[in-house]
Design a protein around this ligand. Structure first.
Ligand SMILES: [Fe+2]
Length: 173
């Protein structure tokens, strides 16, 4: 399924999808290059209807095929994910606003403890393979909306999301 209307960006994602069959390192490099291009030309979202929900984040499908799923995520002020890991590769870039990303070390199969927290500002790119456990949580700690673009290595028609397992913070035990 292709959501985008314009040929240039559809071609960009189709090429990236084909590259996902290459080695992990080669794919992550291609993912980063694709995100650099998207950051330079955010008009690729012009034809995409972005859902906005106060207090929550929304995932808006931009492109999808059998190998990759590309979402624009709109983070309202204060919205956050669970602590989670991924079953697939994940490359993301911050298009606008800023997010806080916290890494967690698992203490068992249900709980994790925070180890590091980063501010991901507009223009920042991060790419990772599903080597894990690789737990993190994303939070929009600001009072402004943030938008990020995420390229996941899964077929959105056969899986609900990129999340593998969800955890609770150790202090919630
Ligand atoms: Fe994640």
């Amino acid at each position: 399924m292709v959501i985008l209307q314009d040929a240039d960006h559809t071609e960009l994602f189709a090429h990236l999808s084909a590259t996902s069959l290459a080695s992990g390192a080669e794919y992550l490099k291609a993912g980063r290059e694709a995100l650099v291009r998207l950051l330079a030309d955010p008009s690729f979202l012009d034809g995409v209807k972005l859902e906005r929900i106060p207090g929550a984040y929304t995932r808006n499908l931009v492109f999808g095929d059998e190998r990759i799923a590309v979402y624009a995520i709109v983070w309202s002020a204060g919205s956050q994910t669970s602590i989670h890991d991924h079953h697939c590769s994940c490359c993301f870039a911050i298009l606008s606003g800023a997010l806080q990303e916290s890494w967690y070390e698992p203490v068992d199969k249900t709980h994790g403890v925070a180890s590091k927290t980063f501010t991901r500002a507009a223009g920042e790119i991060a790419c990772m393979l599903p080597t894990g456990p690789n737990l993190h949580k994303m939070l929009n700690a600001s009072d402004q909306e943030a938008i990020s673009i995420h390229i996941y290595g899964y077929d959105h028609r056969t899986r609900a999301s990129s999340i593998d397992c969800e955890y609770l913070a150790l202090e919630e035990r």
